[in-house]
Design a protein around this ligand. Structure first.
Ligand code: IMP
Length: 181
């Protein structure tokens, strides 16, 4: 049986990401309340690296919380089925909430997150995504802050995985799949 070869090519370099993350942090800081703490939701696991970098550029009071969702189960295509694997440990009713995602691809995950969190009665609910892949959109979701709009390519690194690997790459790369000997 042929071995599967995976190759990762640079797509967004670490310094390019760092610069944009600092800009987004400043944009968010300029648009949110400076008196009410902002509930910043890290969507596990893909946004963990982006989240950690972004929150250090928010110059407002924050509460940091974590929400686990699972959507792809090891493949590169969205199944459309989203599952909550870890719930928030904080009541968001009446609070200003910012969802931090790694990538909005079909939009199905974000649509599920918005519906789930909106039902809990936050005062405001905003979305920040590092990457947006509009070519594969299946549902429209409002995106308040977007880092980079990207082509229809499968990306890994800086939190994003393929089959749970590559999350620790300091840059974002595109995956090429080939068949070796
Ligand atoms: P959506 O539901 O199709 O918008 O996909 C959202 C989730 O799918 C993201 O949070 C990622 O975990 C995963 N995903 C989508 N596109 C990619 C990609 O290019 N690389 C790695 N993960 C991806």
């Amino acid at each position: 049986m042929a071995e599967i070869n995976e190759q990762v090519s640079n797509y967004l370099a670490a310094d390019v990401i760092a610069q944009r993350v600092a800009q987004i942090g400043a944009e968010i800081t300029a648009q949110v309340s400076t008196t009410r703490p902002l509930v910043v939701v890290c969507v596990l696991k893909g946004s963990v690296i982006f989240f950690a970098d972004l929150v250090r550029h928010l110059n407002v009071p924050t509460n940091l919380v974590f929400l686990g969702v699972s959507s792809y189960a090891g493949a590169t295509e969205s199944s459309g089925a989203v599952r909550l694997t870890h719930d928030l440990t904080l009541d968001i009713a009446g609070r200003d909430v910012l969802i931090v995602e790694d990538i909005v691809d079909t939009g199905l995950t974000m649509s599920y997150l918005l519906e789930t969190l909106r039902a809990r009665g936050p005062k405001s609910l905003r979305v920040c995504t590092l990457l947006h892949k509009p070519a594969r959109k299946r549902v429209d979701v409002p995106l308040d802050f977007v880092g980079f709009t990207i082509d229809d390519v499968f990306v890994v690194g800086y939190g994003l995985d393929y089959d749970e690997r590559y999350r620790n790459l300091p840059f974002i790369g595109t995956m090429q799949f080939g068949h070796g000997a």
